[in-house]
Design a protein around this ligand. Structure first.
Ligand SMILES: Nc1nc2c(c(=O)[nH]1)N[C@H]1C(S)=C(S)[C@@H](COP(=O)(O)OP(=O)(O)OC[C@H]3O[C@@H](n4cnc5c(=O)[nH]c(N)nc54)[C@H](O)[C@@H]3O)O[C@H]1N2
Ligand SMILES: Nc1nc2c(c(=O)[nH]1)N[C@H]1C(S)=C(S)[C@@H](COP(=O)(O)OP(=O)(O)OC[C@H]3O[C@@H](n4cnc5c(=O)[nH]c(N)nc54)[C@H](O)[C@@H]3O)O[C@H]1N2
Ligand SMILES: [Mo]
Length: 759
């Protein structure tokens, strides 16, 4: 018997981890009771040191999720056309043999760049391994992933400005929190300690067009016009500098470019910005003063400003400047910048970046990454500037496999549909339901159905609308059926470990086996010497003197003895580490952006489709559309099957509309309404609420209906309420630095369901 795993007759207790799915992003430890190989109970592991011990939303339903009849058990190969839902059951060996042969042939004819991957946002701990596979295959990193519009883009700008992607929020001592995130829905376990601090007198500022539950508790709620966050935060910088509220000693000692920032911010007076953001000037001043005078303070923007396309990353750049000038990035601040880890007794484990074998990719292949000549920070051009700085400062590889380095996903559809700059011939979709999560569903559909695409493999738990458009669907073991050992893509200086609770159902295998199986068949299997994921985890933890079993059952989360900050004496140089930027300081005016040919200072740009920029479109589509706000108990497109207990809590898609607007349009509570943009039309049920601006409409994201027919045209109800039918995939509307596409701050019209044209 091993410590921590209790056996009792046929009953075992397993210490699993509910992250990165089938749960959410909260990293909860689970105690799973297994009888005769089957899960009979799941509860929070009270010993697990992270923030939560399991949620009420999904945890009680995880076993029902796992044993739901919709779970895929066998590899499938398409028999009819894509979307016909006609399949033949095959073996894993046949699937891997055929896929490897096809990939080898495509590589020989079209080059290794003709493969693309579709990924979800941190749904798995194998990102280091997939980069290893891609680098050995010779692929330039044609990875299309939500990360470009979710967190990884913020990490990329943090890397540019501060030299690491990691900031540790000091929640226990905070005096001010600035939320963009809808945390009561998207991170209730992270919300708890913040709420505790509010009760102890800390201030809360919420920036959101909707009066979220957190906004109801806020000292100041800034009901912002969607898409204008960068203007708001530039005005905060203006007020804080004008009123002399900044931290002079940190600015003098540890920042570069203050004068330039001051000059830039002088253009953003609260009065000017009030007109842009719909926020009264006095509220802009008041909130800026609160943030500057309540250090330590933290900013949790969530994806609020990640998904507004054109130059939206400038909002995070402005927030980074704010954090720096108020002293909040300093040791006494609320979000201290930290380096890689974990470092325990002077030793570091094998992070994702150390698995990726970046040197195996021939330099000429790098240039072929889709869009890297245009959206440079998250591609190879950004890597080539930042990696040497990081490696010189910290002595470990730059966290590229931390899926920072992505191509802008819509460019994959374009490459398939136009053959430019070269054709994409094969897609491997793993950890993603792109039909639901990717912008502009009609274009996604056209690309996945295109005969130009020779191969589409989907690695999944269940038959999703995306999987219905595959040639092969391979059944994948969930995090309850596999071990977990992760550094959160190297974003955290920690290892979190959890045991496999049960053996994979049916013929399910973990994603690792897919990449390893292909590598063996493609001639580079020697680079995957670890037979199982447990072996790989042992290898990763060996430098720390730990086995995976010990880590998963006794230690759970491995953390650095002390965080590595800019003040830490760097063992390599004997001097304070500083920041891994060209000047060694936090760059308020970014030399990395400058070198890449961008404006080094933050600024605001009007959203690509808006009442101000495109008034002619606004005449026909008069409302500002926001999409995808999180709601419990759903995580993205998961948990939608009837019978698990989650769909029962939230059975239908809801559209938020203000009572005045609804009255004008003749829409009553519970009516179905059509929401139309220039791209298409969907329907959701009206949720009439005064908590949204009358000029704004919000639709929920990721809706499909697994109970609806699988074959076309239904695709399990993937079209009818899918928010991304309404969104945009035109590169001119993207964030120019990262390639992030707009999912929010677009224009729409709304009709009561029976009156819409053509329906
Ligand atoms: N309009 C609009 N679109 C959005 C958003 C929005 O707000 N509005 N939000 C965006 C954001 S922030 C995100 S993060 C994305 C979310 O998009 P994703 O993270 O891609 O989430 P899902 O669509 O749920 O797809 C994940 C799929 O992976 C499968 N899966 C889970 N774990 C594993 C695993 O370990 N291995 C394999 N092979 N498969 C697994 C699940 O069954 C599921 O079908 O959506 C984005 N799209
Ligand atoms: N229950 C649940 N929890 C989740 C997830 C889930 O799917 N379900 N997904 C996880 C993932 S991958 C992510 S990325 C996080 C996302 O977590 P959050 O960032 O909290 O995500 P959202 O609720 O989509 O967006 C936050 C808020 O942005 C507001 N908003 C819309 N447009 C704008 C704008 O232009 N400016 C501002 N300031 N606000 C705007 C919306 O009204 C919304 O309340 O949640 C994670 N947690
Ligand atoms: Mo996300």
């Amino acid at each position: 018997m091993t410590a921590g795993t209790v056996h009792n007759g046929g009953v075992e207790k397993k210490k699993a981890i509910c992250w990165p799915s089938p749960g959410c992003s909260e990293n909860c430890g689970l105690l799973v009771t297994v009888r005769d190989g089957r899960i009979v109970d799941i509860r929070g592991n009270q010993e697990f040191p992270s923030k939560g011990h399991g949620c009420a939303d999904r945890m009680p339903h995880l076993a029902k999720w796992l044993y739901h009849p919709d779970q895929l058990l066998y590899p499938l190969k398409r028999k009819g056309g894509r979307g016909e839902n006609r399949w033949e059951r095959i073996t894993w060996d046949q699937a891997l043999d055929e896929i490897a042969a096809k990939l080898a042939g495509l590589k020989a004819t079209y080059g290794a760049e003709s493969l693309a991957l579709l990924e979800g946002t941190y749904r798995n701990d194998m990102y280091g391994i997939r980069s290893r596979f891609l680098n050995l295959f010779g692929n330039p990193g044609n990875i299309g992933c939500a990360g470009t519009i979710c967190y990884c883009n913020r990490v990329a700008i943090r890397l540019a400005v501060t030299g690491t992607g990691t900031m540790q929020p000091k929640v226990g001592s905070l005096r001010c929190a600035v939320l963009g995130s809808n945390l009561t829905e998207s991170g209730p376990i992270r919300w708890r300690p913040i709420r505790k601090r509010l009760k102890e007198g800390a201030k809360l500022i919420v920036v959101d067009p909707r009066k979220t539950d957190a906004a109801k508790e806020a000292d100041v709620w800034l009901q912002i016009r969607p898409g204008t966050d960068a203007a708001l935060f530039m005005a905060w910088i203006n007020v804080i500098i004008e009123e002399d509220l900044y931290d002079k000693s940190f600015v003098d000692e540890w920042t570069f470019g203050f004068e330039g920032l001051k000059e830039r911010a002088s253009r953003y007076t609260p009065d000017e910005v009030s007109g842009i953001t719909w926020i009264p000037a006095e509220k802009i001043r008041e909130s800026a003063r609160i943030y500057a005078t309540h250090v330590p303070g933290i900013m949790l923007p969530g994806v609020s400003s990640d998904q507004i396309g054109l130059n939206s990353i400038r909002a995070e750049q402005a927030r980074l400047c704010l954090r720096a000038i108020t002293g909040n990035l300093s040791m006494k601040g609320g979000e201290t910048v930290v380096g890689p880890g974990p470092i325990i007794d002077g030793r570091m484990g094998v992070r994702d970046s150390m698995l990726q074998l970046v040197e195996k990719l021939p330099p000429e292949q790098r240039k072929k990454q889709l869009g890297c000549d245009r959206f440079k920070l998250m591609g190879w051009p950004g890597y080539e500037i930042m990696a040497p700085l990081f490696e010189k400062t910290y002595g470990v590889p730059f966290p590229m496999s931390a899926h920072n380095f992505l191509c802008s996903q819509p460019l994959i559809w374009q490459a398939i549909l136009t053959g430019k700059p070269y054709p994409i011939k094969a897609i491997v979709t793993w950890t993603s339901n792109a039909f639901l999560n990717a912008a502009d569903t009609k274009t996604v559909y056209a690309a996945l159905k295109s005969p130009i695409l020779d191969l589409h493999v989907v690695l999944e738990h269940v038959m999703t609308p995306t999987a219905l458009l595959a040639d092969y669907v391979l059944p994948i073991a969930s995090k309850l059926e596999k071990p977990v050992c992760h550094t959160h893509e190297d974003f955290d200086p920690t290892f979190a470990c959890g045991e496999r609770a049960v053996q994979p159902l049916g013929e399910r295998k973990p994603d690792y086996d897919f990449f390893r199986g292909l590598a063996e068949r493609l001639g580079f299997g020697d680079y995957f010497p670890w037979e199982t994921e447990e072996d790989l985890a042992d290898f990763r933890l060996a430098p720390l003197g730990l086995t995976f079993k010990e880590a998963a059952t006794e230690r759970y989360v491995l953390q650095s003895d002390a965080p590595w900050t800019y003040e830490t004496i760097n063992p390599g140089t004997g001097r304070a580490t500083g920041f891994a930027t060209p000047t060694g300081k936090v760059e308020l005016s970014s030399n990395v952006l400058k070198e890449l040919g961008y404006d080094p200072l933050p600024f605001y740009e009007e959203p690509p489709e808006s009442p101000v920029r495109t008034p002619e479109i606004a005449q026909r589509y008069p409302f500002v559309l926001i999409t995808g706000g999180r709601f419990r108990p759903m995580i993205h497109s998961e948990n939608r099957q009837i019978g698990i207990g989650t769909r029962e809590q939230h059975p239908e898609p809801l559209m938020d509309i203000h009572p005045d607007t609804a009255r004008r349009l003749g829409i009553e509570a519970g009516d179905w309404a059509y929401v139309e943009s220039r791209r298409g039309v969907i329907k959701q049920k009206a949720h009439i609420t005064p908590d949204i601006d009358p000029r704004v409409i919000h639709v929920e994201g990721h809706w499909w209906f697994p109970e609806e027919p699988a074959d076309e045209p239904w695709l399990h109800g993937g079209w009818s309420s899918n928010a991304n039918v309404l969104t945009l995939s035109d590169p001119d509307t993207f964030d120019q630095v990262t390639g992030g596409w707009p999912l929010r701050a677009l224009l729409c019209n709304v009709y009561k369901a029976p009156t819409v044209k053509g329906k």
